[in-house]
Design a protein around this ligand. Structure first.
Ligand code: 5GP
Length: 204
């Protein structure tokens, strides 16, 4: 039996990958491609107080909670982070993230900018990636094309999107989503590189 200098990557604790991007940046589509491209990822299902969109399933897209339930969970320390976004609470349940990382899976959080900043503070070893739409016009086209929100909501989301883009430089990486496949490939490469960081081998 040969003795390896370094333990296999599979025995490392999983990465914590934080992905943000304004609604309409196409981050959902890009992320689905990333999940098809590589194994060992775990998507953290968030909790929210917003109403489900048609086709959204409780426990799969989100855990849909009432404001009271959400606030209870905050009080009990059950949220790794949470934020208010367009009038609703959104938060990351802590337990699944910790358990999956300990089991070696790379955990992906798809969260907005305030939450991402909180995670970076609490877990400085996390990897933060900002997915940006190619232009304001394309962002608006994508938001309207979804056809699930009325004009007022779209206007609010557009305003929020523009202010979110100003936070892009707080992230470790920026990926412009002008083409889904290319954006997915870049994220895949970022994850691969992060797993090779020498610091990940310390203490093994
Ligand atoms: P949507 O209502 O379009 O599903 O999500 C609105 C925003 O909330 C998106 O930017 C999404 O990434 C973000 N979001 C989803 N889950 C969480 C979460 O657990 N925490 C935080 N801070 N933001 C979240």
């Amino acid at each position: 039996m040969e003795q390896a200098f370094f333990k296999d990557e599979k025995s490392h604790k999983g990465l914590l990958i934080v992905i943000s991007g304004p609604s309409g940046s196409g981050k959902g589509t890009v992320l689905s491609r990333v999940f098809e491209r590589r194994t060992g990822l775990f998507y953290s299902v968030s909790a929210t107080t917003r109403a489900p969109r048609p086709g959204e399933i409780n426990g799969q897209h989100y855990y849909f909670l009432t404001r009271e339930e959400f606030e209870e969970k905050i009080k009990a320390g059950g949220m790794l982070e949470y934020a208010q976004y367009c009038g609703n609470y959104y938060g990351t349940p802590r337990r699944a993230v910790e358990e999956k990382r300990a089991g070696g899976l790379d955990v992906v959080l798809e969260i907005e900018v305030q939450g991402a900043a909180l995670v970076k503070k609490a877990c400085p070893d996390c990897v933060t990636i900002f997915i940006a739409p190619p232009s304001k016009e394309e962002l608006e086209r994508r938001l309207r094309g979804r056809g699930t929100e009325d004009d007022e909501v779209i206007k609010k989301r557009l305003e929020t999107a523009v202010s979110e883009i100003e936070h892009a430089f707080d992230y470790d990486y920026i990926v412009v989503n002008d083409e889904v496949e290319k954006a997915a490939e870049k994220i895949d490469s970022i994850i691969t590189a992060e797993k090779c960081r020498s610091s990940k081998y310390k203490g093994l």
